[in-house]
Design a protein around this ligand. Structure first.
Ligand code: ADE
Length: 333
């Protein structure tokens, strides 16, 4: 489990991509761009709890990867002066893993579980009493010598994040005080994030370069920052102090993404619909079989962006490529 000391992360000299991400992370509401609806809701929850001098309610964040769920958990911890304990769902494979974490919590800690849909059900069940009674009930040993014990927990807040909200079981889902869906960002918000990040990294960036990165970012801050960091690598190699449109275009080529932010798997999915299924409509099960990918992953991870940019239509009789898809992929109808 990572215990995050925010000041330390902030002041450390960046070494690798991950510590760069920590440097780029906003730690105050003023620095956090976009997701206005969520920001507003969270501020009210935090301020009200603060007034009552109580820990705030447990929260569930869901949405596409990279839209700032973890970033917001860090920000909430900083704003409420709490320690953030970061745990990834897949690392909680046994009840004992979660019991150890819960029993080590301190007053006012925030426990952040990323990829919460990957916590196995028997482990997840430990959260029920942890939330309802601030206790956990465990059975030690097996057979006739087995012993039941209960442990009291301090006041804490659980924040779960997931890309697959349908896989969070109803009993857990109903225990959160608020559930927030993270949307894609507005293009101008992504532009503001790129400009802010470039400033922190000490690079000048041309406005067409900002716009090109925003367009290819899939309206996702993590991807925008990744494109910026890779463009900066290119600029640095050429001893340039400014990132311009040419540098950004070269970066896209190397990363094999196009100007709309499509990656090879997106093109593969769209081409499959066009070439194998005559442009659709094709049922999701047939598509799933053809792509060799899980249905939920196609529906919740691959498709939303393609639908957002108008390259894919979900109709009652199946998925269809659109006029724009043919044009963008340069395929005759
Ligand atoms: N970096 C990543 N997400 C951000 C956001 N929402 N605002 C500012 N910087 C960010």
């Amino acid at each position: 489990m990572k215990k995050v000391n925010i000041k330390k992360t902030r002041n450390q000299k960046p070494k690798d991509d991950q510590s760069l991400d920590a440097v780029l992370r906003p730690f105050s509401w003023n620095d956090y761009i976009g997701q206005k609806r969520i920001k507003k809701g969270l501020k009210i929850i935090l301020e009200a709890a603060n007034k009552r001098n109580e820990p705030f309610d447990h929260l569930l964040f869901y949405g596409q990867p990279g839209l700032g769920k973890t970033t917001l958990a860090h920000l909430i911890a900083a704003e409420s002066k709490s320690n953030l304990r970061v745990v990834s769902g897949p690392s909680l494979s046994r009840i004992g893993d979660l019991a150890a974490i819960l029993s080590n919590l301190e007053e006012k800690d925030i426990l952040f579980i990323d990829e919460a849909h990957r916590v196995p059900r028997p482990v997840e069940e430990l959260f029920y009493s942890a939330i309802d009674e601030r206790k956990i009930h465990l059975t030690l040993g097996k057979g006739p010598s087995a012993r039941a014990i209960s442990l009291d927990l301090p006041y804490f807040t659980l924040i779960c994040a997931t890309t697959r909200v349908n896989l969070i079981s109803p009993p857990l889902r109903s225990r959160f005080g608020a559930i927030f869906r993270f949307d894609y960002y507005e293009k101008q918000d992504i532009e503001a994030i790129v400009e802010r990040s470039a400033k922190i990294l000490g690079f000048e960036i041309a406005s067409e370069a900002v716009s090109a990165i925003a367009r290819a970012s899939r309206f996702t801050p993590r991807l925008a920052n990744r494109l910026l960091k890779r463009s900066r690598d290119f600029a640095e190699m050429r001893n340039l102090k400014i990132i311009d449109k040419e540098i950004v275009s070269e970066t896209f080529k190397i990363l094999e993404i196009d100007e709309m932010g499509l990656e090879s798997y997106d093109r593969h999915l769209l081409k499959m619909i066009i070439e194998k299924f005559g442009g659709g409509p094709v049922g999701v099960n047939a598509l799933t079989a053809a792509l060799g990918e899980e249905k939920g992953v196609i529906e919740e991870v691959y498709e939303p962006y393609l639908i957002k940019i108008g390259f894919l239509q979900r109709t009652p009789i199946g998925r269809m490529a659109t006029e724009e898809t043919y044009k963008w992929l340069n395929i005759a109808r």
